[in-house]
Design a protein around this ligand. Structure first.
Ligand SMILES: Nc1ncnc2c1ncn2[C@@H]1O[C@H](COP(=O)(O)OP(=O)(O)OP(=O)(O)O)[C@@H](O)[C@H]1O
Length: 655
């Protein structure tokens, strides 16, 4: 079997009418087991009998009888392969064949919903599942990058998070070297960009994601569909670049959809998956040989990738087709298992395990900085990224003010006459200020945080830091914005409508309003830790806030008239303490006038604000300091809750 195939191009290489045919020639690169024993690669990866099963409900939740039943589904079935350093392996297969699950299982990102069995060897040494993440770098299909950082800044921050023992100049050199290796030097100072403003191209973004992984010097790089969403020329360039990375003594494994035919010569190994099984895994020449021996010649001028993936896919459009294509897939898989290619592969895995002087497992560089240094780097990165978001900054600073303007122009001047709304308008303003401030905080979090969360999900899986550390770094940056934004809001509203003209009371008013605004943002972040969908968080927050102001304020129904359970619940709302403080701040010692001809003469019985305080919050002034303490206690409590929420997220997020 020393005959094999090489490829001849026919026509233009980049034109649409490109084509090629296979020509028989003598192979020299396929070594016998004895020969390959002489030349050992510096690193090798062996995956042996990996299977993954999940337990699933048989039916949907609205069909209770079937929902109660469970069945076991085999997602990966006895997958084995071997790759040496210097090689790039492409994993092909139709949609749902298990490519991503295979990468996830090797990358240690499979989650705990199913059962993973099998063994992974690096340099013949068995790697524990818990160490997969420290050994393999994983580039996800979607690029999670911060839009407002430049390419160089992105890589520099990542390097600071990953490499402690390197000096600043060493990190600069390292970043420059990685950028050069991935041909990114020309866009070093260009921002990544986002949906609403331009930045680097899709292919360059993909290369930045790969570069971030290279900073940790991984020996094995896994990439899930790195070419998806790119035009075919850029996709080819990415694969060629990955092949070059592999050639520099690394192992690169990449899942790919519909590679172009000229990539045939780029891959060192090709694996084809179908229904969770590895139907074939070998070098490109072997692949053509193998399928021909199974009776499936690749027609001239056809893309062998398309032909072989089609041949091994199961067509579920009708039961007859399904049975026939499944049989064909099964026959090919059986033939592969009996083939010399498969025997050689299993022999290589065994041989690497039995080697006398096995090299050590090459873990990624793991010189993480201390917790405080990581927090400092994350904080700097968050501030740098978000402070460049002009719309984000404007929104943060102005939305409270815009709302304040609306309320101020609606109320205009507060009167001191009880019959001209002196009490009602003041209570209305307090109700609105307390009720609306959490919403503006919530809007900020929902608009800005999910992008940061996606980055943290990825980087925490890379072992750079933990998700709760990013949460802490993010909330630190909230405070200055909140203080300025609330100060602008209260300065405008308080003085324009003419609330109590005591500067000290104005400061207290501002200090109280600060808390619901920050609490709104913090509570949203806490929920975003455990709920993936920001829209659900939006709705949840709106409901919580409505419930809080209803039960806590006592404006809709006096606290004394509420059922006991609500009276107790009111102590858990920040609105209770906030409203009480604002009522005391505004009404304490405030004298009213009364023009009895304008309204109810009984209204004139309300001569001063203390009567209102006694009605709404009896004993309120004596609890003034305690209320402040209780109100501000919500902030550290929510920070703690946030840390817990993001620790729970570690378990919830699979990839
Ligand atoms: N944890 C899980 N629970 C239930 N089903 C799962 C789980 N993980 C994967 N699957 C199922 O396994 C099959 C293989 O999924 P996978 O994402 O690996 O396919 P794929 O080949 O990467 O597909 P694509 O090319 O479309 O991304 C799919 O049908 C998927 O729904």
């Amino acid at each position: 079997m020393n005959n094999s195939y090489s490829m001849q191009t026919n026509g233009q290489t980049n034109g649409s009418n490109e084509s090629f045919k296979f020509v028989l020639e003598k192979r020299t690169d396929i070594q016998s087991p004895a020969a390959s024993n002489q030349k050992q690669p510096s690193c090798c990866l062996g995956v042996s009998n990996v299977s993954y099963t999940v337990s699933e409900r048989v039916g949907p939740w609205w069909d209770l009888p079937s929902y109660r039943k469970k069945w076991t589904r085999q997602i990966l079935n006895d997958v084995s392969f071997h790759v040496d350093s210097g090689q790039i392996m492409g994993i092909l297969g139709n949609s749902g064949s298990g490519k991503t699950t295979l990468l996830d299982s090797i990358a240690g990102r499979i989650g705990n919903t199913g059962t993973l069995i099998g063994e992974v060897f690096v340099n013949g040494r068995k790697v524990k599942q818990t160490l997969f993440q420290e050994c393999f770098s994983y580039v996800l299909q979607s690029d999670n990058l911060l839009s407002y950082l430049t390419v160089e800044e992105t890589l520099t921050f990542t390097a600071h998070l990953a490499l402690r023992q390197h000096s600043a100049s060493a990190i600069r050199k390292k970043v420059a070297a990685v950028m050069a290796e991935l041909s990114l030097s020309h866009v070093a100072n260009t921002v990544i960009g986002g949906r609403v403003f331009p930045g680097i191209s899709g292919g360059e973004r993909r290369r930045v994601s790969i570069a971030s992984q290279l900073l940790q010097d991984p020996k094995v790089i896994l990439l899930d569909e790195p070419t998806t969403g790119l035009d075919s020329m850029t996709a080819n360039q990415i694969v060629v670049l990955l092949a070059e990375l592999a050639r520099r003594d690394r192992i690169v494994i990449v899942t790919i959809h519909q590679p172009r035919s000229e990539l045939f010569r780029v891959f060192s190994r090709i694996a084809i998956m179908s229904c969770g099984e590895l139907v074939f895994c070998g070098d490109p020449g072997e692949m053509v040989d193998f399928f021909s021996s199974c009776g499936f010649e690749c027609p001239e001028y056809c893309n062998p990738f398309d032909i072989y993936v089609d041949l091994t896919s199961v067509d579920t459009r009708s039961s007859e087709r399904e049975a026939a294509t499944y049989r064909r897939m099964h026959d090919i898989t059986s033939a592969y298992r009996r083939s010399e290619i498969y025997q050689r592969m299993t022999w290589k895995i065994r041989q690497s395990c039995q080697r006398a002087n096995k090299p050590m497992i090459p873990f990624k560089s793991k010189e993480s900085p201390s917790c405080m240094s990581k927090l400092a780097v994350l904080f700097r990165r968050t501030v740098r990224n978000l402070s460049r978001d002009r719309m984000g900054v404007i929104m943060r600073l102005s939305q409270n003010l815009i709302y304040g303007m609306f309320v101020a122009f609606f109320v205009m001047n507060l009167d001191n006459d009880v019959n001209k709304g002196a009490v009602q308008d003041r209570i209305g303003i307090i109700y609105q200020a307390m009720g609306a401030s959490p919403y503006t905080g919530m809007l900020n979090a929902v608009a800005l945080f999910p992008a940061m969360r996606a980055v943290a999900d990825q980087e925490s899986k890379d072992g750079l830091y933990q998700k709760w550390q990013m949460f802490l770094a993010y909330i630190v940056h909230i405070f200055p914005f909140s203080i300025i934004s609330v100060f602008i809001f209260t300065s405008f509203l308080y003085w324009v409508v003419g609330m109590h003209p005591d500067p000290w009371r104005f400061m207290c008013f501002t200090a109280v309003i600060m808390v619901p605004h920050i609490t709104g943002e913090l509570l949203t972040l806490v929920l975003l830790g455990v709920v993936q969908d920001p829209n659900m968080v939006n709705s949840g927050m709106a409901l919580l806030n409505i419930a809080g102001i209803m039960v806590g304020s006592g404006f809709l129904r006096g606290t004394q008239q509420m059922p006991v359970v609500f009276q107790w619940l009111s102590y858990l709302t920040f609105q209770k303490y906030g409203c009480e403080l604002l009522i005391v701040t505004e009404f304490y010692g405030l004298n009213f006038t009364c023009n009895s001809s304008l309204g109810f003469p009984e209204g004139c019985l309300i001569k001063d604000g203390n009567i209102i305080i006694d009605q709404l919050y009896p004993g309120g002034p004596s609890r003034y300091t305690l209320d402040f303490f209780m109100l501000y206690a919500f902030l550290p409590a929510l920070v703690l809750l946030g840390v817990i929420s993001f620790k729970i997220r570690d378990r919830l997020v699979r990839r």
